[in-house]
Write a protein that binds this ligand. Structure first.
Ligand code: SIN
Length: 342
């Protein structure tokens, strides 16, 4: 008869230590009734209230929460990006911290996420999450999104993947995630390349990685003064007045949300050529929402000194142009190299 003469206890793996930075948004929103999902105050609830609503978080990670802001993310600013990126870098430099989750409004999440993707100097996971319905709503999506974001940040598979966005059980790269619906819970898509993977019932699976340089592999550091960069859109009958006004105001860079493959109405294009002669960087993106803007696709770039944004949407192209100009970048050749690399 076999008897058990000895055994060794196997220690349970220690749960990851994750810091949740709360910035506001609909995930912290509160409305008068559970059926109200349009009229509510974003950022009304503190992070402790959001964490208390998800007891399962305790099984996934040891969580420390910090309320960094209580913003409606329509009011996001580059000054706040600097504070947030510096906070994330400080936290991740601590050996005791395994990852960071950031709760954010959906409206400008794609800009903040890409900014962090280019300026966080760590391979540890950074995951942004949000919600389309306020915390007070029937079928609020925030609690599960928060649980999935922490689950992702605590998973070794997320190390070295750059900044990630976790919503609706999906994992997006910060480079590609974009809000594509005003109300649907599957609002976030990665239009040109698709999702990186998924999180469900505690499982994380990646199907691909981002190939463009990010985090520790970028030349960008946070902290330089932000240059004035704006976005203008091309459309039927657009005038040159906006560009002329921006040049008069001292703008350093303009991203054009062009039509189709980044084509630009003749009157706007002439204004941009004139702006370029005043030292303003001009980057062509598209208002379409998916696809690439091919360099020279409209036979513009070599001839006129413009830069193609490739597959970056206008809002992400603006973030990259701001960082490139803040780092001292000038001229279309150098700027095109940056847009081809990131
Ligand atoms: C916001 O962006 O802060 C409000 C909208 C949202 O989070 O969905």
């Amino acid at each position: 008869m076999n008897t058990l003469t000895s055994f060794s206890a196997v220690a349970a793996p220690e749960r990851a230590r994750i810091v949740v930075l709360a910035t506001g948004g609909t995930i912290a929103g509160s409305a008068a009734t559970p059926t109200e999902t349009s009229a509510y105050q974003a950022g009304a609830l503190g992070i402790d209230t959001l964490l208390t609503a998800v007891p399962a978080l305790d099984e996934v990670a040891r969580i420390e929460a910090q309320q960094v802001a209580s913003l409606d993310s329509k009011d996001m600013s580059p000054a706040f990006w600097t504070i947030l990126a510096q906070r994330v870098n400080e936290l991740l430099a601590d050996d005791a911290i395994d990852g960071v989750v950031i709760t954010h409004g959906t409206d400008t999440l794609e800009e903040t996420a890409y900014l962090l993707h280019l300026t966080v100097k760590s391979r540890k996971p950074v995951v942004l999450t949000a919600a389309m319905r306020p915390a007070s709503a029937l079928s609020a999506d925030g609690p599960l999104n928060l649980l999935n974001a922490v689950t992702l940040a605590a998973n070794p598979a997320a190390v070295g993947q750059g900044v990630l966005v976790a919503l609706n059980n999906q994992i997006h790269s910060a480079r590609e995630a974009a809000k594509t619906s005003t109300y649907a819970v599957d609002a976030f898509q990665s239009p040109e390349f698709g999702i990186l993977g998924w999180v469900q019932d505690g499982r994380v699976e990646f199907g691909r990685s981002v190939v463009r340089a990010h985090t520790t592999a970028t030349e960008f550091v946070i902290g330089a003064a932000w240059p004035h960069v704006e976005i203008v859109t091309s459309y039927a009958g657009v005038s040159r007045a906006l560009v002329d006004g921006l040049v008069a105001a001292g703008v350093r860079g303009i991203v054009v949300a062009g039509t189709g493959n980044g084509s630009i109405h003749a009157s706007l294009q002439q204004a941009l050529v004139d702006a370029l002669k005043q030292g303003v960087a001009v980057v062509r993106s598209s208002r379409v929402g998916s696809g690439h803007v091919m360099r020279n696709g409209a036979a513009l770039d070599d001839a006129l000194g413009f830069v193609s944004a490739g597959s970056l949407n206008p809002y992400k192209a603006r973030v990259l142009l701001m960082l490139a100009l803040a780092a001292g970048g000038t001229g279309p050749v150098m700027l095109q190299r940056v847009f081809d690399q990131y």
